[in-house]
Design a binder for this molecule. Structure first.
Ligand SMILES: NC(=O)c1ccc[n+]([C@@H]2O[C@H](COP(=O)([O-])OP(=O)(O)OC[C@H]3O[C@@H](n4cnc5c(N)ncnc54)[C@H](OP(=O)(O)O)[C@@H]3O)[C@@H](O)[C@H]2O)c1
Length: 232
């Protein structure tokens, strides 16, 4: 699809959550390569290994941590152009009637409540200029149209909810210039995806970073995989 994207993100500020490893680290590295100031969100900032990014303490399940992290970006950079909600956990594999309730809570807390609360806190910065972007790293496992059986109930429901957040943000804030999109990175060789997955983290990061480079007025309120729109 022909979309106008930035060739350079120089002067722009990006926050990637879960940037210690896997897809988040690859997204942070790619966007830093485009010249952005990249805040690499991490529960333990010392775990960030990507060069040329700013490690930022951020646990998306901790409201005080969210407040402090966005506060630091406000003070230091004074702007936020892209929020990539990438941090996630796989949660319990077992079907719902066998899944542990604490594990369900933890999965929904990290994958859904975290992005909702972080986005809420970041919205004033994202809306300060036209063309702020929210990129939600979702999964086909949360797509209503791809079949919902096969275990991982909390993970699936969290990603359906994250897609809901995407559609909501578009509905509520598109008129103010916000672009909100969700993306399935495919099956990626990370700690979550496992060693048999066909895609490298860099391949998994491709559409995430592409959405982060959309210019003002670009597509929003959509779900993507491999730079193509897919059904919710
Ligand atoms: N891999 C796949 O095949 C695949 C497929 C579809 C969608 N996805 C999605 O892609 C995203 C990235 O997955 P991945 O495969 O790169 O996973 P990963 O390698 O397991 O990395 C997960 C990242 O999330 C962070 N994280 C977990 N809980 C957190 C919290 N409470 N606060 C902040 N950060 C937290 C981890 O930080 P720590 O280092 O501190 O633990 C780590 O940086 C996830 O949203 C996942 O659902 C992945």
């Amino acid at each position: 699809m022909a979309v106008q994207t930035y060739d350079s993100l120089r002067g722009q500020t990006v926050l990637v959550t879960g940037a210690t490893r896997g897809i988040g680290a690859a997204v942070a590295e790619e966007l830093s390569g485009f010249g952005a100031i990249v805040y690499a969100g991490a529960r333990r900032p010392s775990d960030v290994s990507v060069a040329d990014v700013r490690p930022l303490r951020l646990d998306v399940t901790d409201d005080a941590s969210i407040d402090a992290a966005v506060g630091r970006i406000e003070t230091e950079a004074g702007r936020l152009d892209v929020l990539a909600n990438n941090a996630g956990v796989a949660g319990p594999d077992a079907p719902l009637h066998e899944a542990d309730v604490e594990a369900i809570d933890a999965t929904l807390g990290t994958n859904l409540r975290g992005p909702v609360v972080l986005t809420r806190r970041a919205l004033p910065l994202l809306l300060a200029r036209e063309g702020g972007r929210v990129v939600n790293v979702s999964s086909g496992m949360g797509a209503l149209g791809e079949g919902m059986g096969g275990g991982s109930p909390a993970y699936r429901i969290s990603k359906t909810g994250l897609n809901g957040l995407t559609a909501y943000l578009h509905g509520e804030y598109a008129a103010e210039g916000l672009l909100a999109n969700a993306v399935c990175p495919g099956w990626v060789r990370t700690d979550m995806g496992g060693a048999s997955a066909p895609r490298s983290p860099e391949e998994g990061a491709d559409t995430v970073a592409w959405l982060a480079r959309f210019r003002p007025g670009g597509p929003s309120g959509r779900f993507w995989r491999d730079r193509e729109r897919i059904p919710w």
